[in-house]
Ligand binder design. Structure first.
Ligand SMILES: NC(=O)c1ccc[n+]([C@@H]2O[C@H](COP(=O)([O-])OP(=O)(O)OC[C@H]3O[C@@H](n4cnc5c(N)ncnc54)[C@H](OP(=O)(O)O)[C@@H]3O)[C@@H](O)[C@H]2O)c1
Length: 248
């Protein structure tokens, strides 16, 4: 993937940062998009930290829930780097509660961030990929989108929706040299998961046959595999990475 232009949405998060580092290590020109509620200084600090560790990553602000914001992001990237070759739709949020307590904002914010975002970003990228007859699109879903999860009707619905998007788009653009795949992580050792009380974490680990949480680098490695030029025959698939917790 040397010199391929790669955009990772939510590129400064736990999994996103690992994806950015992995793609950079393999020679891609990596762009991490961030939101951080508009805190551009925090984004610059992340960028400086990456650089100090040897990863030269470009950064751009976006609100993935907003189509025009995504259009602006892609326009800026294309003007500076040319067409995007690798798109990793990774931005996502949770807002957990049981349905009987869930308000419309909790539903809409999760659907807009996790599912509308896939349309908002990919729609702005796809025409250039078709024109260049090359592309690798990797959508980050979740184990919750496969098996459902108590307290996550919004999150599970949004992540399940990604599979329909992936499989449909894969069929539409396969003849243009573009692959579209989904990765469904189980519990990954990010700040979000490590913030769960230890006693609860122990109960979760007991349900994972491998006996531990996954590492962000293990998701990043799978992204790198699907993003490689040599993975051109893999499309419309879902890669389950959950330590054996849920097998389809
Ligand atoms: N951690 C797990 O165990 C796990 C398991 C299964 C699936 N996943 C999925 O993996 C992906 C990454 O999760 P993570 O654990 O790395 O979480 P994270 O650290 O919270 O990263 C999520 C990223 O999404 C970005 N984001 C949120 N709202 C946004 C918006 N409106 N516009 C643009 N960017 C926005 C955030 O950007 P800023 O920080 O810049 O605001 C953040 O960096 C998510 O899609 C998540 O659902 C995670």
């Amino acid at each position: 993937m040397k010199n391929r232009v790669a955009l990772v949405t939510g590129g400064m998060g736990g999994i996103g940062s690992a994806i950015c580092r992995h793609l950079a290590t393999h020679g891609a020109k990596v762009i991490a998009s961030y939101n951080k509620s508009g805190n551009h200084e925090a984004a610059k600090e992340w960028q400086a930290q990456q650089l100090a560790e040897g990863y030269d990553t470009h950064i751009y602000y976006v609100d993935v829930t907003d189509f025009q914001s995504c259009a602006n992001l892609i326009k800026q990237i294309e003007e500076k780097f040319g067409a995007i070759d690798i798109l990793v739709n990774n931005a996502g949020i949770t807002c957990d509660t049981q349905l009987y307590k869930m308000d419309i904002d909790q539903w809409q914010s999760v659907l807009r961030t996790n599912l509308d975002s896939i349309f908002n970003v990919t729609r702005n990228v796809i025409n250039k990929m078709i024109k260049h007859r090359y592309g690798r699109i990797i959508n980050i879903s979740s184990i919750s989108g496969q098996k459902g999860q108590y307290g996550q009707v919004n999150y599970a619905a949004s992540k399940a929706g990604i599979h329909g998007f992936t499989k449909s788009l894969a069929q539409e653009v396969a003849h243009n040299g573009i692959t579209v795949n989904t990765i469904s992580p189980g519990y990954i050792e990010t700040q979000m998961v490590m913030a769960i009380p230890e006693s609860v974490r122990e109960k979760i680990i007991a349900q994972i046959p491998v006996g531990r949480f996954g590492k962000p680098e293990e998701i990043a490695q799978a992204v790198g595999f699907l993003a490689a030029e040599s993975s051109g025959f893999i499309t419309g698939s879902n890669l389950t990475i959950n330590g054996g917790q849920y097998l389809t």
